[in-house]
Design a protein around this ligand. Structure first.
Ligand code: GAR
Length: 197
């Protein structure tokens, strides 16, 4: 079985979309893949409740409890690696996980660490992507699923979704339009990745 571990920091709606797609599309049966754990760096992340209700193991690792980024990432890797199964390294999915990861962590999971970013990369890496797209006068915005490399919000692109920016859009209205597409694109991109590996 290929184990999937999802990392979140907040509402976890992308994580929920992935869990629901895995059930609906029977990833366990067809792809030998299963979401086995959801890890948050915040104890109050709303997504944890959804995951528990689905019978998925949840773990909280508060980054503030660690003296350095390296120490936090080492602890995180230790938890994730529990889910490696023989010959089947775990797939690590970042879904609104709002922590910058160290090169050591990223290199450990090369090729099996994926992220979703709410912009059409390489445009608007970093934060406040929707406001920046509106301020730049862009006519479209979107989201990108990519493999994670040591450089923030870079790495090979696996999928992109495009939405229009409409007159009167605010960062919130645009974020909601993009998020709807994220929920469709992210599970699809992961399913595709599972079939390639
Ligand atoms: C999503 O829009 C995701 O693309 C973004 O945070 C939101 C999380 O929502 N991720 C980043 O900004 C990563 N830098 P969710 O918790 O409801 O999935």
């Amino acid at each position: 079985m290929k184990n999937i571990v999802i990392l979140i920091s907040g509402s976890g709606s992308n994580m929920a979309a992935i869990v629901q797609a895995a059930q609906r599309e029977r990833w366990a049966e067809h792809d030998g893949a299963k979401v086995v754990a959801v890890i948050s760096n915040k104890a109050d992340a709303r997504g944890l409740q959804f995951a528990s209700a689905e019978g998925i193991v949840t773990e909280v690792l508060d980054h503030k409890a660690y003296p350095s980024r390296e120490a936090f990432d080492a602890a995180l890797a230790q938890v994730i690696d529990r889910y490696d199964s023989p010959g089947q390294p775990v797939l690590v999915v970042l879904a609104g996980f709002m922590r910058i990861l160290t090169p050591g962590f990223v290199n450990r999971y090369t090729g099996r660490l994926v992220n979703i970013h709410p912009s059409l990369l390489p445009a608007f890496a970093g934060l406040h992507t929707h406001q920046r797209a509106i301020d730049a006068g862009c006519q479209v915005a979107g989201a990108t699923v990519h493999l994670v490399t040591a450089e923030l919000d870079h790495g090979p692109i696996l999928a992109q979704a495009v939405v229009p920016i409409l007159p009167g859009d605010t960062a919130d209205s645009l974020a909601a339009r993009v998020l709807t597409q994220e929920h469709l694109m992210y599970p699809r991109a992961i399913a595709q990745l599972l079939r390639q590996t």
